[in-house]
Design a protein around this ligand. Structure first.
Ligand code: NAP
Length: 263
């Protein structure tokens, strides 16, 4: 089995890589791991190879760089063959407010990473998957993409775009027997949510979430919210009219506009 995962240096991506390694311990599994921080990737590769006796290949790159992803995909395919599953998990979340001129760069970065990052990740694998006659593309969206969250305009917009993009892709890929799975997590305990000072309902540990993510991928779910309780919240969010949404969000906490060094 071959799985290519972006955002593997931390949080959900790292937990997914670990869960695949655990499940396929001592078996013929190859993991392609992508993120910007190469030392984190190297540490994860060493840990997974030594603990689970599997093989990892690392690709330190920025998902905004389509050429770098194309080269990584090419190298992976040449060396190991076409992956069975490609998981686009890399993403960023920061509070943004439109009235601040300096937030424009943040809006751009969030959209580039969370939306174009998906396209850059999947594009170089599609021809190879078509040639093998199977494959699965998995995009990590968010419940935040279901309605616009105040203080997180960039993030909500990027995840709404991700949900629609993945839906288009799912229909486009169906005739080629390439499955597309959209996972919309609620709150998962990772460095991304560690900065939140507000209460996060149904917060789930990343390793627990990863087991559920992998199960949903195995079942080739089209769209799934994890944890399931957030699935009901998301259904309700989608259904209520704008005036009720505005009322419900009146006192909603804002994601901090912190740390500009991540760009
Ligand atoms: N945690 C939650 O509650 C939650 C909820 C809904 C959706 N999500 C989504 O789940 C995904 C993973 O989030 P997480 O919670 O695991 O956050 P995280 O711990 O901050 O991990 C984010 C991952 O994305 C990578 N990444 C960020 N920008 C990148 C770039 N430009 N190029 C390449 N890699 C990049 C990071 O690696 P480097 O920094 O090393 O590049 C890191 O591996 C994201 O798409 C996020 O939006 C999370």
């Amino acid at each position: 089995m071959k799985v290519f995962i972006t955002g593997a240096s931390s949080g959900i991506g790292e937990a997914l890589a670990t869960e695949y390694a655990k499940r396929h311990k001592n078996k013929n599994i190859i993991l392609g791991l992508v993120a910007r921080r190469s030392e984190h990737l190297q540490n994860l590769k060493n840990a997974l190879e030594n603990t689970y006796n599997i093989k990892c290949a690392i690709y330190p790159l920025d998902v905004r760089d389509s050429k770098a992803l194309a080269t990584a995909a090419d190298e992976f395919i040449q060396q190991f063959g076409t992956p069975d599953i490609v998981i686009a998990c890399a993403g960023v979340s920061r509070g943004t407010l439109t009235e601040h001129q300096e937030d424009i760069t943040a809006f751009q970065a969030v959209m580039d990473i969370n939306v174009m990052g998906l396209v850059h990740t999947f594009q170089p694998f599609i021809a190879a998957m078509r040639a093998t006659g199977h494959g699965q593309l998995v995009g990590i969206a968010s419940v935040a993409g279901v309605r616009g969250l105040p203080g997180a305009g960039a993030y909500s917009a990027s995840k709404a775009a991700a949900i629609s993009y993945l839906e288009s892709l799912r229909v486009e890929m169906a005739a080629s027997n390439i499955a597309v799975t959209t996972i919309a997590p609620g709150y998962i305990r990772t460095p991304m949510t560690d900065v939140n000072t507000y209460k996060m309902p149904f917060l789930m540990d990343a390793d627990v979430a990863a087991v559920k993510f992998v199960r949903s991928i195995e079942h080739k779910r089209r769209f799934v919210v994890i944890p399931w309780q957030m699935g009901w919240v998301a259904k309700f969010m989608r259904f209520i009219p704008p005036f009720l949404w505005d009322f419900a969000m009146k006192k909603a906490p804002y994601k901090p506009r912190l740390n500009w060094d991540w760009l």
